[in-house]
Write a protein that binds this ligand. Structure first.
Ligand code: NI
Length: 257
């Protein structure tokens, strides 16, 4: 059993499945992917995401506004918590900081990040954090806002071992995407090798970032199997152990089991 802890089911490229999301989900189940967390990028996507989660089994949703998305209606804590009140919504995000894709004034990004942490605390649901080229500010804001209380995951992690440790000190999990399978990802592979198994999650971030051997092609939840297989090989442990531990971790963090 595998869980794709981060995908965007409403944005999949379904060419391989004749445009049929149900077929893509069936293929994922065949590959052993039992649960998926469909992550919000913009709040306008939520109705479609909720419809997918209601129509299929074991699909959960997060609610949040990605740090690089522009909006005319910046959500406040009340807005986020009311959107997250449905039991199918099990996380707040993705949120965080991205200085790579953002030029100029970054204070609004930081304010948005703080709002999401405050919402996660208010509703006691974990955070999904995106961070890119903003290591110090991400950790500082997590500390200042006491993000260790709702906890959460550093999704699609591509930063340093030092940052991974700082995030784990704040009760966060570290999630690896298909990037870990890329040839040039040596530093990330070292982190995936030494991180405690009880802090590891896996994801596709589909439709983006397909793992080897599908690199450059549209990604889908079924391919989280390749992330698990690669990490198992990297650590010299069985695929089953990676699958079992990352599934337990997901259930502990997001389903509070
Ligand atoms: Ni994502």
């Amino acid at each position: 059993m595998l869980i794709d802890s981060h995908c965007h089911l409403n944005r999949l490229d379904l060419t391989n499945h004749n445009g049929d999301l149900t077929a893509a989900l069936a293929f994922a189940r065949e590959q052993g992917v039992s649960h998926m967390l469909c992550v919000s990028v913009i709040l306008e996507d939520l109705p479609e995401m909720m419809a997918i989660a209601r129509a299929h089994e074991n699909i959960y949703v997060s609610t949040g506004l990605h740090p690089t998305e522009a909006t005319s209606q910046e959500p406040n804590v009340e807005k986020l918590t009311s959107l997250a009140s449905d039991p199918l919504v099990i996380a707040i995000g993705e949120t965080g900081l991205d200085y790579y894709r953002c030029e100029g004034d970054i204070t609004w990004q930081q304010k948005r990040f703080r709002t999401h942490i405050q919402a996660a605390k208010a509703i006691d649901k974990p955070l999904i954090i995106h961070t890119r080229e903003a290591r110090e500010d991400t950790i500082r804001i997590m500390q200042e806002e006491n993000a260790q209380d709702p906890k959460g995951v550093m999704h699609c992690f591509t930063e340093t071992w030092e940052m991974a440790k700082q995030a784990m000190d704040l009760n966060f999990y570290i999630s690896f995407s298909g990037i870990v399978t890329f040839k040039n990802a040596k530093e990330l592979q070292d982190i995936a090798k030494k991180i405690p198994l009880d802090r590891m999650l896996i994801e596709t971030d589909a439709p983006y970032l397909a793992p080897v051997p599908y690199r450059g092609k549209p990604n889908e939840p079924a391919y989280v199997r390749h992330v698990a297989e690669f990490i198992a090989q990297l650590r010299g442990i069985s695929f089953e152990e990676v699958a079992e531990k990352t599934t337990e971790n997901f259930e502990r963090l997001f389903l509070k089991r």
